[in-house]
Design a protein around this ligand. Sequence first.
Ligand code: GRG
Length: 290
Amino acid sequence: MNSYIELINKKLDEFIPVQYPESIFKSMKYTALLPGKRLRPVMCLESCRIFGGNIEDAIPTACAIEMLHAQSLIHDDLPCMDNDDFRRGKLTNHKVFGEATAVLAGDALLTFAPQLIIEKSNLPARTTLRIVEEYCKAAGAYGLVAGQIADILSEGSENPEAPAVLEFIQTNKTAVLFKLALRTGAVIAGADEAQLAVITGFGQKFGIAFQIADDILDETSTFARTGKTSGKDKDAQKLTAVSLYGLDGAKEKLTALVSECFTILKQQNIQSEIFTRILNKISIEPSVRD
Ligand code: GRG
């Protein structure tokens, strides 16, 4: 996993050369290169490997997905959204560069990412087109944007449909990029539709489990561990697994989902130390499957 992360960090840096006007490139690189976990690009490379592909072929796509993730973090942290001062252990983008530059850096990452896939991927044109289509669907109003607006609208409101709304938010804010990473890695490796369906189902459960773990950490963890201010979900009266099901209920759901993810890996005979490690990391009882 560390070798994947080193490769991604090197390529992310290389793929964004700084030119005039420097402030926009510095702002883009600031958040993209801060030490996040790089889960999504790692998952893209690992999915490519699992389905028999060459991970070199997936590097531009993996980096593009991390750029999209960085964009979503920059915009999520803005005062008009979650208004956060810290991210990845450092000041948020707008705190360092100002709001106008942060908005533009997000826009620039969002649009540069598919350009990168098109320019740097040495893949058949049909494959590149499919990946860019998957990227656009995941990023836009049928993906991340939908998840974010549903999240904002859910704040502070009592809603009898809350379980369904929560699942919509978890799916579109978080699972969508897990599925994008896994699916594009598989597409690059030449996986067939049946294999894509399996990895999509896995990504859905993995992504929701990850979001529940994130919700639990927001309630129980510290800045030193997460690199962001804790307790913000409660303050903003967000609809989360913890607010809806309580801490113990959220932990139960997380445990069940992680177990379902391991079942898929076993049934499909997918051997991945990386997926196992990430699943154990977010798990409440990690040791049982080590
Ligand atoms: C795509 C046009 C467009 C807009 C974006 C702002 C927004 C719309 C969406 C927000 C999506 C968001 C911030 C979801 C949270 C998902 C999540 C759990 C993030 C934390 O992921 P980690 O822990 O972060 O992997 P690191 O920093 O480690 O990469």
